[in-house]
Design a protein around this ligand. Structure first.
Ligand code: F6P
Ligand code: MN
Length: 324
């Protein structure tokens, strides 16, 4: 069966050529990252880098390698005006004539690296034009304004999932040709579900509404929900959201009292917004307890946010527990 390759898909979808080139650049570097990941211990690239990122988290060697590879690839694209990475303290200006800003999480789920489990790359493309040198301020656009968003899941197969604002498409990397081929054109998240995703070990730290929402799910058939729920947690947002795009479900990383001053664990501009764009484009909902994540006006590039996303009916119910 002949399948549509990524460049053809983007052309058929009438994606602007300058945006196409950014997406194709990200796809190309992700295929290179997947090769490094596949070598694993043989290439001596597992383990800690011995440094902390701007958020005070220990970096893995592969966090640094993936960050450098994406940075270099994007900096070589004339359409990229600037970039911001979870692993970089400041925004990085690129080409003065570029029309796009790219934010990215180079290697999401990096605690999975050393156990040969799933990790990913998440990216968000924002529009930007203007005469002056690019600053952090230029990046602070609500997620609703994204021109494109996507992720690459480095799993048993390598998959690229993207949206340019008209639905969500999934591509699988053909290891023989090195091309991403279309394997799912119209991704849709069912509005109802009986599966949820949360790090349950933090239960005692959650706010009261999240405690009671999850308790009611776990109570199953005998509880107020009157049905049994299944639970899954990969500990890589890319993999957990990928499951939701494939078969539905609710994913949440809520606020918790371990770091009360911190809104949540996940990053608005590198994780919540791009994943939120995909989930909304697939018919799902993406909220904090206060409102829709894609409507948040970011205050700074490394901002964190509590996240509740996935099946529309279930997300609405979870938010309702918080707003009652
Ligand atoms: O990037 C942060 C992240 O690794 C996500 O990919 C994932 O959903 C979450 O943190 C895992 O958190 P925890 O370590 O609490 O399971
Ligand atoms: Mn991450």
């Amino acid at each position: 069966m002949s399948r549509i390759a990524l460049p053809q898909y983007l052309a058929n979808a009438s994606v602007a050529p300058d945006l196409q080139s950014v997406i194709l650049g990200l796809a190309e570097v992700s295929a290179d990252i997947s090769k490094s990941l596949a070598k694993g211990a043989l290439a001596g690239i597992l383990g800690a880098a011995g440094a902390e990122n701007v958020q005070g988290e220990d970096q893995k060697k592969l966090d640094v390698i993936a960050n450098d590879m994406i940075k270099e690839a994007l900096a070589a694209l004339p359409n990229v005006r600037g970039l911001a990475s979870e692993e970089e303290p400041d925004v990085v200006p690129c080409h003065t004539n570029g029309n796009f800003l790219v934010t990215f999480d180079p290697l999401d789920g990096s605690s999975n690296i050393d156990i040969n489990s799933m990790v990913g790359t998440i990216f968000s493309v924002l529009p930007h034009t203007g005469e002056t040198a690019v600053t952090e301020q230029d990046f602070l656009q609500p997620g609703r304004q994204q021109a494109a968003a996507g992720y690459v899941l480095y799993g048993p197969s390598v998959m690229l999932v993207i949206s340019t604002g008209s639905g969500v498409a999934m591509f699988t990397l053909d290891q023989d040709s090195g091309n991403y081929l279309l394997t799912e054109a119209d991704v849709a998240i069912p509005s109802e579900t009986n599966e949820f995703s949360i790090n349950a070990s933090n239960q005692r730290h959650w706010a009261a509404p999240m405690q009671s929402y999850i308790a009611d799910l776990i109570a199953g058939k005998d509880g107020p929900r009157g049905k049994n729920f299944n639970m899954r947690w990969v500990a890589a947002m890319v993999a957990d959201v990928h499951r939701i795009l494939c078969r539905g479900g609710l994913f949440t990383y809520p606020w918790d009292s371990r770091k009360p001053e911190q809104a949540g664990k996940l990053r608005l501009m590198y994780e919540a917004n791009p994943m939120g764009f995909l989930v909304e484009q697939a018919g799902g909902e993406v909220w904090t307890p206060e409102g829709k994540i894609l409507d948040i006006q970011p205050a700074h590039i490394h901002q964190r946010v509590p996240v509740i996303l996935g099946a529309a009916t279930e997300v609405a119910l979870c938010v309702d527990y918080h707003q009652r």
